[in-house]
Design a protein around this ligand. Sequence first.
Ligand SMILES: CC(C)(COP(=O)(O)OP(=O)(O)OC[C@H]1O[C@@H](n2cnc3c(N)ncnc32)[C@H](O)[C@@H]1OP(=O)(O)O)[C@@H](O)C(=O)NCCC(=O)NCCS
Length: 161
Amino acid sequence: MRLKMPFPAPPDFASASTVQMTSQHLPQVLNVEQSAYSHPWTQGNFVDSIASGYHMPVWFQGEHLLGYLVAMRGADELHLLNITVAPGFQRRGWGGHMLRTLIDWSRERGVHAIWLEVRASNRAGMALYQAHGFDLQGERKNYYPVSSNQREDAVVMGLQW
Ligand SMILES: CC(C)(COP(=O)(O)OP(=O)(O)OC[C@H]1O[C@@H](n2cnc3c(N)ncnc32)[C@H](O)[C@@H]1OP(=O)(O)O)[C@@H](O)C(=O)NCCC(=O)NCCS
């Protein structure tokens, strides 16, 4: 008789493949983006990021898009602009895996700090970053739209080494 597992099996990170995002991925990326955010990036935001040469790995498991991130590299700093795990794959460790991969990628290229903004209400995002050593660095008032007449603060977080 097989024992029932109390929790889902941990993800098999080696089973995922990674490619740099191109315009070919945009239909799938936009589908995930629109299901993951109240205020998703537009197609234009992704097109501009690709044209700017940003670091934009996309993770797949077979046909399924697991997640992606968008990072803008400066001389020795990196700004994480977007990190998203497809809703059906969230809370299984993929976000942490993607973030660790980005930290390793940055270290290998002489980057010494990663900065990001996160909505003050985004507890999952903040918990993910804190679990990977990011600290609160400050806030930007009324940074994100909420509705036509309401905005929300951003929390600035950073990881330096
Ligand atoms: C934030 C996000 C990227 C996290 O990815 P994920 O694959 O779900 O995260 P993981 O399973 O790797 O979780 C890593 C840690 O993050 C924290 N975390 C993740 N989701 C959480 C949630 N819903 N509530 C509280 N903590 C959470 C936990 O500390 C977790 O560790 P644990 O599971 O051992 O407790 C994902 O939820 C997401 O894409 N959300 C929508 C888009 C978004 O908000 N992106 C960030 C914008 S700044």
